[in-house]
Design a protein around this ligand. Sequence first.
Ligand code: GDP
Length: 195
Amino acid sequence: MRFINTNFIKSASARDGFIFDELPQIAIVGRSNVGKSSLINMLTNNKKMAKTSATPGRTRLVNYFKVNNEFYLVDLPGYGYNRASKSTSDSWDMVLNEYFTDNSQLKVVLLLLDSRMSATELDKKMLDYLADLEIPAIIILTKTDKITRSQLNDRVNKIASELRFNKIRIIPTSANKKIGVESIGDILENYINKK
Ligand code: GDP
């Protein structure tokens, strides 16, 4: 699967604004500043698709992008450190619960982790939560241009063992170097066509 044509459809702040139609959905989630906007811009080949300097109001929203008229890429609010209010939070926004619950069109979640850092408790909580709901997850490692190849290998091994995650479901990426687009496209292909 290649991102040929992506259109921003809408933002929603609560369930009554969410999209539930026949198209499958792929969601992207991660703590604030992990590189989510940059990843969306890389995948869609459009520097302005997701606003990298997200404004406070917009960061709490669920943003829907329609890709190739085939599926929705759903940009979920970042969790953890909230730059907007300069406060820390030990839970994620209610809007995430609302989005994940009873969403049969959601096929897989891309959970972003900064390749330089260990997974936080919130990241682990998110993965456990998705597993409980039987929602498949893929780990996307961001900013791999900032570490060496051997450091990257170490991180992949560590994350796989710490989070009990299969290595083939951990995808290294770099928005700066445009690494990972094909790998993500290949993996998403299977989920988009899953009934
Ligand atoms: P978001 O808050 O998760 O949407 O994160 P952003 O996409 O806004 O990125 C947060 C910061 O990390 C910005 O300063 C980006 O320029 C930087 N960043 C994101 N992706 C990469 C990457 O692949 N490589 C490097 N070196 N920096 C990145």
